[in-house]
Design a protein around this ligand. Structure first.
Ligand SMILES: Cc1cc2nc3c(=O)[nH]c(=O)nc-3n(C[C@H](O)[C@H](O)[C@H](O)COP(=O)(O)O)c2cc1C
Length: 311
């Protein structure tokens, strides 16, 4: 897999569905990831359809799976890779929210590098006939930083790229992302692309990360949710002053595209989360938040947003 100096939209549950990814690609993101999707749900219940949904415009896209054991993850990966032909299947080994840890999946597995290796190996084997590579997104470790051990297992299992959020699972989002470890990972994993993820807030920091660590991709997560124009800013190498009207138009366009795969209730919930981020630090934010809170239906929310956009 070839990744060279790419700026990538990070996977974010509740935010990086098809419409948002599409808009980020239009603004200059080089690659996108889906949010994590449960392997058991895919294999046994036919779930996650609205999260699997994507259009060609979003490519290159990695569909991200999480689960507890190798057979299930490999089976789920094959199922969606065969049907949707993404550029890669990504395995989540980073998420450490309660529900996922309780299920002994995703970030929980950072405690067991050998199991991580097995999962990747089985999935690589399953996807080989389709020619679709397997990538992994990891943290430094669970309680301890065991990056070297984890990297070794993943590499010998045939992983095609590794994205690292350089915090331990127990850190959650506290402290700072340790990009020195992205540099270390690149040294160990020089045969595959390495992507760094964590705390990049301004477009100017992106080149700095490439230069300081030698990584092949920089992922943008929270910064992209509140400012998707960061991809354009990086491409044009300048700050963009994006005002209220343009932000409202972005949200409306996103909402419009969401009807393709979300029902009204889900779309409304998701867009409200986006709204609470994208108007941060903008004049008129209080009024907008008030409007969002008071809207009783998706229709009401849409027409109020339209009113603001036409002002
Ligand atoms: C709301 C939210 C949801 C996330 N969901 C996922 C996910 O589904 N899969 C994943 O690998 N990482 C997930 N992450 C982690 C991000 O991909 C990223 O590694 C992390 O936020 C650090 O980058 P940032 O500082 O640029 O946000 C999530 C992060 C946030 C804030």
């Amino acid at each position: 897999m070839k990744i060279e100096r790419e700026v990538i939209l990070a996977p974010m549950a509740g935010y990086t569905h098809s419409a948002f990814r599409r808009l980020c690609r239009r603004l200059g993101a080089d690659r996108v990831y889906s949010e994590l999707m449960n392997a058991t749900g895919i294999v046994f219940k036919g779930e996650e359809k609205e999260l699997i949904y994507f259009v060609d415009e979003e490519r290159p896209i990695h569909l991200q799976i999480y689960g507890r054991n190798a057979e299930e993850i490999a089976e789920a990966s094959f199922k969606i890779a065969e049907k949707y032909k993404p550029e890669a299947i990504d395995i989540n080994f980073g998420c450490s929210v309660k529900k996922v840890l309780k299920a002994k999946a995703a970030g929980y597995l950072l405690q067991f590098p050998k199991v991580m290796g097995e999962i990747v190996k089985e999935t690589v084997k399953a996807l080989k006939p389709l020619g679709i590579p397997v990538t992994a997104k990891i943290r430094l470790g669970f309680y301890e930083d065991t990056l070297e051990e984890i990297a070794e297992e993943l590499l010998s299992a045939g992983v095609s790229a590794i994205a690292l959020h350089p915090r331990r699972a127990v850190d959650g989002f506290s402290g700072v992302a340790n990009w020195d470890r992205v540099r270390d990972l690149k040294r160990i994993a020089d045969s595959v692309p390495v992507i760094g993820s964590g705390d990049v807030r301004h477009w100017r920091e992106i080149d700095q990360k490439f230069e300081e660590t030698g990584c092949n991709g920089v992922m943008l997560g929270r910064a992209a949710v509140s400012n998707p124009w960061i991809f354009k800013e990086y491409r044009e190498k300048r700050d963009l002053e994006v005002g209220l009207k343009e932000r409202v138009e972005f949200v409306l366009e996103e909402l419009e595209m969401m009807w393709e795969y979300f029902d009204r209730e889900r779309a409304c919930k998701v867009i409200k989360a986006q709204i609470s981020q994208i108007f941060k630090g903008i004049r008129g934010k209080a009024r907008l938040n008030d409007l969002v809170m008071r809207s009783k239906s998706c229709e009401e929310l849409t027409s109020r947003l339209k009113e603001i956009a036409s002002l």
